[in-house]
Design a protein around this ligand. Sequence first.
Ligand code: AMP
Ligand code: MG
Ligand code: MG
Length: 309
Amino acid sequence: MSGNPAVVMRLVASAYSVAEKAGAIVRKVLHSGDLGIVEKTGANDLQTLADRLAQKSICASLSRRFPKVTIIGEEDLPCEEVQEDMIENGQAEEILQKICPKEYEALKEEELVVWVDPLDGTKEYTEGLLDNVTVLIGIAYGGRAIAGVINQPFYNYQLGSGAALGRTIWGVLGLGAFGFQLQEGPADKRIVTTTRSHSNKTVTDCVNAMEPHDVIRVGGAGNKIIQLIEGKASAYVFASPGCKKWDTCGPEAILHAVGGKLTDMFGNLYHYNADVKHMNSAGVLATLRNHDYYVSRVPQSVLRALKSD
Ligand code: AMP
Ligand code: MG
Ligand code: MG
């Protein structure tokens, strides 16, 4: 397949390299010691220099190689030239070598939408909870999340200098997901992962209604999907608005590629066309297995508090 890979495979291969570069930028800003924190809508909605630089690098790099793709990034940034050293031209060879699923072979650049969260878990980044941080790039076609890349810039940071720092997970629907190990826990245990910094009564009511054996409160939408695909959690439950399309597009594609499911709290799929509302107003419910069970446990009071899209 190295002759002329399909557009979508070239885009995923670029997104992989671009996410690695963004991850390096996120590490570099941390080590500089000056995070340049700005409050967006409030103290629980932050942006740092790393969010800004990573988005510039991702968007400029992808749009240079794929000018007809629609790219939507989380951060509202002025349109300006980026320095040449912010551009990543690499493409992961491992991805170019894979066979594109038949149904995506003929997709054109202009049919694809890319959702970018340059730094997911910004709050945790500012608090030093570094393994909660991810860079998320999702690719959508026909409103569906079909491919995604998650870079975890500080993966292994607690192991010290001997261990390779950072990793990149990627997946395409119909092909699978790569860059991690699934270790499924006991099927009868309900381990729920949820927000640590954006909780409220509806969120906790809904978590409790799942009758969990354990609750893992960690930051980041990308990080919580990693908990699922690695078998550390069985459900990601967030019964509140707050997550946006760039938080869920890439992670959803990877989760779906391994047979999991991400929906709103009603059990409905989100859409990722370029013109959709950014907010995932009806919450996020994601599972590796038994999705219908978790949907059935969501209390009516929680559903009344949320609006289906
Ligand atoms: P969390 O699970 O709290 O780390 O949130 C996952 C993603 O959704 C992160 O990108 C958060 O910034 C975003 N998010 C969730 N709730 C809110 C909120 N109330 N305000 C702003 N962003 C939120
Ligand atoms: Mg985010
Ligand atoms: Mg972000």
